[in-house]
Ligand binder design. Sequence first.
Ligand SMILES: Nc1ncnc2c1ncn2[C@@H]1O[C@H](COP(=O)(O)OP(=O)(O)OP(=O)(O)O)[C@@H](O)[C@H]1O
Ligand SMILES: Nc1ccn([C@@H]2O[C@H](COP(=O)(O)O)[C@@H](O)[C@H]2O)c(=O)n1
Length: 253
Amino acid sequence: MLRSCTAGPPGSLRLALPAAAPAVRRRLRECAARIPEAGAVLDILEKCPERQKKGEFPVVVFEGLDATGKTTVTQSVKDALGAVLLRSPPACISQWRTIFDEEPTPIRRAFYAAGNYILASEIAKASTQAPVIVDRYWHSTAAYTIATETDGNIQNLPPDDDAVYKWPEDLLKPDLVLLLTVSPEERTRRLEGRGLERTKEEAELEANSLFRRRIEESYRRMVNPACQEVDASPSKEEVFKTVLQLIKNHCAL
Ligand SMILES: Nc1ncnc2c1ncn2[C@@H]1O[C@H](COP(=O)(O)OP(=O)(O)OP(=O)(O)O)[C@@H](O)[C@H]1O
Ligand SMILES: Nc1ccn([C@@H]2O[C@H](COP(=O)(O)O)[C@@H](O)[C@H]2O)c(=O)n1
């Protein structure tokens, strides 16, 4: 039986963050008798071909804390490029999200990791037809896991060259990952302006500035692909222009 991880040695982090698809499947299988939805996610995952390949169109991922503007800018970029917009976790499993959000870390993160592998099949297919814009992918799963499984300030994060910052070898890689950042004050303004009910994790993000800093720093330490940071504090129009230019420069569109 899987137990919840507490902050502590790198071993607990390794247990929390499955490093490849076989580990994700194993973890879902282990809890499927108790959580039928884990069996349902596993069934979908097992129908996805392994080691998905990208099509000829670019794949651009947007990452960042909640309320940094991902939904807003991804929608505009999608319209401007005639792209396909996908998000993680994908729609086919998102109805089970609240169930997994209540589970101990290893099971919860196995759900999000499975979502990334299922999303990879959608990206592979869509990128043969049009550019693909993705709202959260592996970097979110990794950064939130690392931040949850460590304590205190960013000095307590695993060192820069730790394997937790590496992209899983068997997961389809995007061409570009843009990390949207805004000041904590601006983020709070946007959260308040949006006025949606907050999840437990969002409430913790609000209350705990160290947690927020660990997430952002973990994003910054991710490698191959690394995140390209974008200051998302300007107006929606300006952020959109900046992002579109970055995509055009990087992806030769
Ligand atoms: N550049 C901007 N300037 C001012 N307000 C913005 C900007 N971009 C987004 N907003 C507003 O901030 C709020 C949060 O934006 P949005 O929902 O796009 O963030 P998000 O990163 O997708 O959040 P989540 O991860 O929680 O879904 C919304 O009310 C949106 O209208
Ligand atoms: N690839 C992903 C996507 C999401 N998460 C978790 O979900 C939370 C944010 O989701 P939103 O729908 O509010 O954007 C985030 O806090 C992560 O815990 C994930 O782990 N991996």
